[in-house]
Design a protein around this ligand. Structure first.
Ligand code: CUK
Ligand code: CUA
Ligand code: CA
Length: 651
């Protein structure tokens, strides 16, 4: 075996380098963190997180091939779970198979994508246009993917995903695994946590993380106390904004109960500060709970409804002030991050982030608080066990155990909820993850059907885990077997590099999903093209039809090229235009064989999109360059795929 191959399993050299070059030689990462936790102020908060920069690789037991084999899915075999991952600053969403961790698809959402033509086709451009200005957006930041529920478990109909970069919510229809709606959330910046109703397909609740002027029209700038933050209810079917609630503080991660009574949000900036020092001043912030029944009633009756700016169409409830009847502010330590509801729907778990604790809050106590039956909202917290430094998110195995990601300690902590509520130390096991986990999630964890089979730790740093790809590293999403019912059941079985930066993943049984492999040519997605062709037929006295017609229609300086693609030819051998024409090309793929996709790429024009079997797609552009421009197929569809090309001739 060559020297190079001997090196494959060791990275000791790099570890030593890190230790000597790290920021705090002589102090282990964990000791250093313990020194800095507990004291207040910006220095302490910054130091609390400095550990991420000086990670030392922990000793790790060798994985036996028996354990690693559990992720093996033989060629031609299918995975047993789907994973739906957000894409973070890539702006997309990913679909994977588990346990293999094979990546199947990146669904473009808020990003530009020239494989599918997202941001190129008329359909995607309408969805990506800013609601107010019409501006074509290309940038997104997707953090949270959640699937639609019926009766507390996934029904396979929709997925929703947030855009933190622009205050938007997108819906993915799971029958085709494509985005079919994007909603702009008015007066919202940093839309972060989202969560749908769990009792039925009803609403999606969206949290704004950043406080900003209401309205943000330049009339208010330097009085941050007057800024606001909104909790927005979006109708799950129509994707219209139903109402918003103005809160104290701000809103981070979102969760709903199992009965449609509450949505809730962690708040890390109860101080309403605008810098780190101010945002970390208080020892406790909030878990903010929304009484959905009372809010819906008020919206219906108009009582307590206000409006922000010129959006008279959107009712806003003022939920500010400790004594209002719509919002409950439960004090929890300190700059909390994740909030998760256990699969029995009994407890909300809020993670401390700047406190090494998680707060356990029975939903029954929230009932009591809204009914005025407890003295102070803090009495809702029944346990606050220590789980490690920097707890962020919690997953569940359906056996009463919780698994919390611990950012600073770089571990996943398993703890028992009942033990915590009984006032005893609930921690059962901690395992090292590599490195610095954000979200953790388990199979079916966010449903009443949590099955306790697999856990995914979505780690922000991969450091020395993979071959180097330069200074921009992949994330490391690690796969952990939790199927054993033993107390210490977590076994790390797989490292999966991830294109940056999935924040969250939903792991769900494959049997829930039944995506179609060929489009229904009557689908609503093609309404725009179908209507256009119907109007052109009427105006020109012709019988034009998608999938049948191959013809170029001219109306003044507007040119409509309607054509089919059928391996290996386009229905039109040429399209002739005059410079300055507005050209709309409509392509219908009339192949009805699964996996036989064609593309349409027009040389020199920044136009490329795919057209799946029985799908129609269109693009509109200006013919601004004289000459001969080939358009060609970009998806390898046939032995004569390279010959699948025609001329666009501009005189
Ligand atoms: S947030 Cu990223 S680790 Cu955007 Cu869900 Cu917690
Ligand atoms: Cu059609 Cu390649
Ligand atoms: Ca705070």
């Amino acid at each position: 075996m060559s020297k190079q191959h001997d090196d494959v399993t060791t990275s000791t050299g790099r570890d030593q380098q890190e230790e000597t070059q790290g920021q705090h030689p002589g102090t282990s990462r964990r000791d250093f963190m313990k020194l800095s936790v507990g004291s207040a102020g910006v220095g302490a908060a910054a130091a609390y997180f400095a550990g991420a920069a000086s990670v030392v690789k922990p000793a790790m037991a060798q994985l036996s091939s028996k354990e690693a084999d559990k992720t093996y899915v033989a060629p031609g075999q299918y995975d047993t779970y789907y994973a739906f991952k957000s894409g973070g600053q890539s702006g997309d969403m990913r679909v994977m198979g588990l346990p293999s961790n094979r990546l199947f698809k990146r669904i473009p959402v808020f990003n530009f994508d020239c494989c599918f033509g997202w941001g190129v086709t008329n359909h995607s451009k309408r969805l990506l246009a800013d609601a107010e200005t019409g501006e074509q957006t290309k940038v997104g930041d997707t953090h949270h993917v959640h699937l639609s529920y019926t009766d507390g478990t996934y029904d396979g109909k929709y997925s929703w995903v947030n855009d933190k970069a622009r205050g938007r919510l997108a819906r993915v229809r799971l029958d085709y695994m494509e985005v079919d709606a994007i909603t702009d959330l008015p007066h919202c910046q940093g839309t972060h946590g989202i969560f749908p109703s769990r009792d039925r397909i009803n609403a999606v609740y969206c949290n704004s993380e950043f406080r900003n002027p209401m309205p943000n029209d330049g009339s208010l700038l330097d009085e941050p106390k007057k800024y606001g933050c909104l909790h927005t209810c979006v109708d799950a079917e129509s994707m219209k904004v139903r109402w918003q609630v103005w809160v104290d503080g701000q809103l981070d991660i979102c969760a709903t109960d199992y009965h449609g009574k509450y949505s809730m949000a962690t708040c890390y900036n109860s101080e309403e500060g605008v810098n780190l020092d101010q945002m970390t001043a208080a020892d406790r912030d909030h878990l903010t709970v929304f009484n959905l029944e009372r809010i819906e009633e008020a919206v219906k009756s108009g009582k307590d409804v206000i409006h922000i700016g010129d959006r008279k169409d959107i009712p806003v409830i003022d939920g500010r002030g400790k004594d209002n009847r719509y919002v409950l502010y439960i004090p929890v330590p300190k700059n909390p991050h994740g909030v998760n509801i256990d699969p029995t729907g009994t407890y909300a778990i809020a993670s401390g982030k700047l406190s090494p604790t998680v707060s356990v809050i029975p939903l029954a106590k929230i009932d009591d608080a809204f009914a005025g039956k407890i003295k102070t909202p803090r009495d809702c917290v029944v346990a606050e066990p220590e789980v490690g430094l920097g707890p962020l998110h919690t997953a569940f195995d359906g056996r009463g155990n919780a698994y919390t990601s611990i950012f600073i300690d770089s571990v996943c902590t398993k703890w028992n909820i009942a033990t915590a509520v009984a006032g005893k130390d609930p921690v059962l096991q901690k395992i090292d993850v590599m490195y610095q986990p954000g979200h953790v999630n388990a199979t079916m964890s966010e449903t009443k059907d949590a099955d306790g089979k697999w856990l995914m730790s979505l780690n922000k740093f991969s450091k020395d885990r993979f071959l180097s790809v330069g200074p921009m590293f992949p994330d490391n999403d690690q796969f952990i077997d939790i199927s054993s019912t033993k107390e210490k059941n977590m076994v790390l079985v797989h490292d999966a590099p991830a294109y940056p930066e999935p924040h969250d993943a939903i792991l769900a049984w494959r049997s829930i999903f039944h995506p179609k492999q060929i489009w229904d040519p009557k689908d609503r997605k093609f309404d725009w093209e179908r209507n256009l062709v119907a109007e052109l037929s009427k105006r020109n006295g012709k019988k034009l039809e998608l999938g049948k017609t191959n013809e170029v229609i001219r109306e003044g300086n507007k040119l409509y090229a309607i054509m089919t693609s059928l391996a290996p030819v386009y229905g039109l051998q040429e399209i002739r235009a005059k410079k300055g024409d507005e050209v709309t090309v409509i392509v219908t793929n009339i192949n009805a064989v699964e996996d036989l996709t064609h593309g349409f790429c027009l040389s020199g024009h920044d136009i490329n999109f795919g057209v799946a079997p029985q799908e129609t797609a269109s693009v509109t552009f200006t013919a601004d360059k004289k000459g001969v421009w080939w358009f060609y197929c970009t998806w390898f569809c046939h032995a004569l795929h390279l010959e699948m090309r025609s001329r666009f001739i501009v005189s």
